[in-house]
Design a protein around this ligand. Structure first.
Ligand code: SF4
Length: 126
């Protein structure tokens, strides 16, 4: 996630930099640095922001499971942690999912894929 995107999401959550620092368990200085692009945004912070936005939007419409949306084959579904742990609407939150038949090696690789996937975008950009 880039600083500009972080800032847009923070405003979407209706939080000041101070409140965002408290939510993420970090300093206001760190939030400022993320938004200015001086520091890269850590994985745990990106994950939490996306989670909070998705939870906020969930109040308006209940998301469908990823395996329904993506019409996953049974053999993939049964190997996928999203199915195993019943996280059909939070598949993007966990690593190791079998998307397009394959596991991505890192959170960064996974996010590249998820950010162009309707499962995530439908929960974040409403
Ligand atoms: S690409 Fe990401 S958002 Fe889409 S189904 Fe897979 S884990 Fe979920």
């Amino acid at each position: 996630m880039k600083g500009k995107e972080f800032s847009v999401f923070r405003r979407k959550l209706n939080k000041t930099q101070q409140q965002m620092a408290q939510l993420l368990g970090t300093s206001v200085k760190a939030i400022h640095s993320y938004e200015q692009g001086w520091r890269s945004i850590p994985t745990h912070a990106e994950r939490q922001i996306l989670f909070l936005i998705a939870q906020m939007n969930k109040k308006e419409s209940k998301p469908r499971s990823c395996w329904e949306i993506k019409k996953c084959a049974d053999e993939n579904k049964k190997r996928c942690p999203a199915w195993e742990f019943g996280m059909g609407d939070l598949c993007w939150f966990i690593n190791g999912t079998i998307c397009e038949g394959d596991v991505r090696n890192s959170w960064e690789e996974k996010m590249i894929m998820c950010k162009s996937c309707t499962v995530l975008t439908s929960q974040i950009f409403q």
